[in-house]
Design a protein around this ligand. Structure first.
Ligand code: ATP
Length: 317
């Protein structure tokens, strides 16, 4: 059953299309990653899902509810962690959670019990009585997670939850999100420009570029889909190279072009002809130093779609 359902969702700001006809269905219990460089339209999409901004056209349903018509009902079911979360810094972590409970009408005894369990789950039991203002960025993010879970949401939406965390803190937080989602069978939608990190926990991702969803699926399938029309490239390095050898490789059935770059050739093919290339090189008395096919995986997605944005350390695998 789709818990989040977007159809033709569009947002235009003064003639600028920030979100462009998005169709998406996120299933119950799924961890879905909205991935894309800064400015791709992720936050705008999230705000429309939450019913906080009105779409220019299209529809949004969350837990079978129309977010535009029933924003308050949607808010009851969705826990939202914005990228710039704020706490009462003068209050302790525990007090902050109790305040959230109060705002959501949760009785105090139940609230206290739940807050303590959650603080324990997110690894903040030791800091429960510490003022939130003294928390580190990572601790604030974990408190934020506990905070959105206080009202037992059916869906959790996290906007750039790993922003400002070091790689280790990022890994820890993502692992935590994953285990919480499993424990509570919660649907999670998270946005990020950290392609490498996020793909480790997401069941599926949607690649957001320039307001459009370029492709949706598990990362490996996504790469296949995005690059299905790309020719296969075989990298070849051999010594000595000669024009005659190059001509012979070029004349192999299935080979479209041979580009020489420094010591290396890029053989553009219709299909994988690495075996034939290797044999031709060796039969010509040359030594095969290297042979590999271009991998249209995560690296290529990153290079093509994410490069150029403000990636911070996101480029690190
Ligand atoms: N209120 C607004 N008025 C005009 N343009 C806006 C408004 N909000 C967002 N935009 C523009 O819409 C585009 C998408 O912004 P959005 O914040 O949704 O992207 P994002 O993918 O979440 O990126 P980031 O991670 O930087 O927040 C950007 O070009 C942004 O400048």
């Amino acid at each position: 059953m789709a818990v989040i359902e977007l159809k033709g969702l569009t947002k235009v700001y003064d003639g600028y299309t920030a979100v462009d006809h998005i169709d998406l269905a996120v299933e119950q219990g799924e961890i879905f990653g909205l991935l894309g460089p800064n400015g791709a339209g992720k936050t705008t999409t999230i705000l429309m899902i939450l019913g906080l901004i009105e779409p220019t056209s299209g529809s949004v349903r969350v837990c079978q509810l129309d977010s535009i018509r029933n924003p308050i009902e949607v808010k009851k079911r969705v826990g939202y962690l914005p990228d710039d979360l704020g706490f009462y810094d003068e209050r302790t972590g525990l007090e902050n959670l109790l305040l959230t409970a109060q705002l959501n009408g949760i009785p105090l005894t139940e609230a206290r019990q739940r807050a303590e369990t959650l603080l324990d789950k997110v690894g903040l039991a030791h800091a429960a009585q510490q003022k939130a203002g003294t928390y580190s960025r990572g601790m604030r993010q974990r408190l934020g997670l506990a905070d959105v879970l206080m009202k037992k949401p059916e869906v959790v939406i996290l906007d750039e939850p790993t922003l400002g965390l070091d790689p280790e803190g990022m890994q820890e937080l993502l692992a935590l999100i994953q285990s919480l989602s499993k424990d509570e069978n919660m649907t999670v939608l998270l946005s990020s420009h950290h392609l490498y990190q996020v793909q480790q926990i997401c069941d599926r991702v949607g690649l957001f570029v320039g307001g459009q969803l370029m492709a949706v699926g598990p990362i490996d399938q996504l790469a296949r889909e995005l690059f299905k029309d790309e020719p296969l490239v075989v990298f070849v390095k051999c010594t000595p190279v000669s024009d005659r050898l190059k001509e012979q490789v070029l004349s192999l059935p299935g080979v479209l072009d041979v580009k020489a770059e420094a010591e290396q050739w890029q053989v553009i093919c219709e299909r994988d002809v690495s075996g034939e290339i290797a044999r031709t090189v060796v039969e010509n008395g040359a030594r095969l130093e290297h042979l590999s096919t271009k991998d249209y995986g995560l690296d290529e997605i990153y290079r093509r779609y994410f490069k150029g944005g403000d990636m911070g350390d996101a480029s690190q695998p």
